[in-house]
Design a protein around this ligand. Structure first.
Ligand code: ADP
Length: 360
């Protein structure tokens, strides 16, 4: 059955159902009246009753067709468009419900909106997944091919050449380490993105966490000839956050501050007040490094975005550090700010919600 046939059938069946009872009731009432209060012969009364029935039926039927036609057509259009994955902004006002047909229209418009939003969401996830897989394979290719090349060279005889064998093994090890960092960061980001990693938010003393992280990075900093300074702040400052995640944020930011610094430079960690909200403070990590150009600033938190690919790789970067930071900060409902001047340095700050007064 074509859609136009079924539309006509629906319209006529609704109209017949509306017209028939009213015409019948009117015809019976008029016939009864004539029977009781006039002396007309029964046959004439039946004839008049039938005429009233027909007249009333045709009138109500015509009115009903006019009343329902437009709405039934719209309803069919909505359903047809849903099956064709076309979603329009229908001009009907879904809040005005006069009868069941309006209710059905309202529900269909809402169903169309829901399906449209869901499809957009699924498309986004699908695109994200494709992009993510593409990025990962690209990132894995480089170290895997490098390892393959070094091992092949060693197996082809270089293993017996004392001038190069250690160099090749060290390069192989560096690439294996890169794979390890990459796998760890990928696991971390996928746990954050799928929501598997839930934040365990508690009150914590901020200075303890900062000092812990700084201590764990001191050895690395000394090796790289970078000084890590903590601008001292009140040890009683408490914030509500996930301790391990704040540590992760600090590690990523301080390590970046060291990686993209200049020899003899420093990384400073400190706390300032956040002027926009009194219950929050700003935890900052500032460096005297190479800085970031303005046009790259908005992209540095994207997965795998690096301003200088070779520098990042040479320093063991995975291109995921700031994406992880952004995820953690957003999962806390907090904000990340980045200020930078090329050749002068950068400051990364995050807001944190404090549970005791800040005295800075
Ligand atoms: P990576 O592992 O490459 O360091 P990140 O996500 O941590 O990845 O950072 C992305 C890019 O942002 C880096 O490759 C670098 O180009 C830039 N960047 C991050 N932090 C700094 C910084 N403190 N100073 C200068 N550039 C930075």
């Amino acid at each position: 059955m074509s859609s136009s046939d079924s539309k006509k059938r629906l319209l006529s069946s609704i109209s017949i159902r509306t017209a028939f009872p009213s015409a019948l009731i009117l015809a019976v009432i008029i016939s009864a009246f004539l029977f009781l209060f006039t002396s007309l012969p029964v046959l004439q009364i039946i004839g008049l009753g039938a005429a009233v029935f027909m007249l009333c039926f045709l009138t109500v039927y015509t009115i009903s067709v006019r009343l329902h036609k437009k709405r039934i057509e719209t309803l069919y259009k909505i359903v047809k468009n849903i099956s064709r994955k076309k979603f329009k902004d229908y001009n009907s006002n879904p809040e005005v419900v006069k009868d069941e047909l309006d209710l059905l229209m309202q529900r269909s418009v809402r169903a169309s909106d829901t399906v449209s939003k869901e499809l957009t969401r699924l498309n986004k996830i699908e695109n994200y997944r494709k992009e993510f897989i593409g990025d990962i394979s690209h990132e894995l290719k480089t170290p895997i091919f490098a390892i393959q090349g070094f091992i092949e060279t060693l197996l082809n005889g270089a293993v017996h050449d004392d001038n190069v064998n250690e160099v090749f093994l060290k390069k192989t090890m560096r690439n294996v380490n890169r794979l390890i960092y990459l796998t760890n960061d990928l696991m971390e980001i996928s746990r954050l993105e799928t929501g598997e990693l839930k934040s365990n938010i508690k009150d914590m003393y901020l200075r303890d966490v900062v000092l812990d992280v700084v201590e764990s990075l001191q050895y690395k900093a000394q090796k790289e000839n970078i000084e890590i300074r903590v601008k001292d702040f009140d040890k009683n400052i408490q914030v509500r956050a996930d301790r391990n995640q704040v540590k992760q944020v600090l590690i990523n930011l301080i390590e970046n501050g060291m990686k993209y610094n200049k020899p003899g430079g420093f990384v400073e960690i400190g706390v300032t007040d956040y002027k926009k909200k009194k219950d929050k403070l700003l935890l900052y990590v500032k460096d005297t490094g190479i800085g970031i150009e303005k046009e790259d600033l908005k992209r540095v938190t994207e997965r795998f975005f690096r301003v200088d690919k070779s520098r990042s790789r040479e320093k063991g970067g995975t291109g995921l550090g700031l994406a992880i930071v952004k995820h953690i900060v957003e999962a806390h409902g907090e904000k990340l700010f980045i200020e930078s001047s090329p050749e002068e340095g950068s400051t990364f700050s995050i807001t944190l919600t404090q549970t005791s007064p800040v005295l800075v």
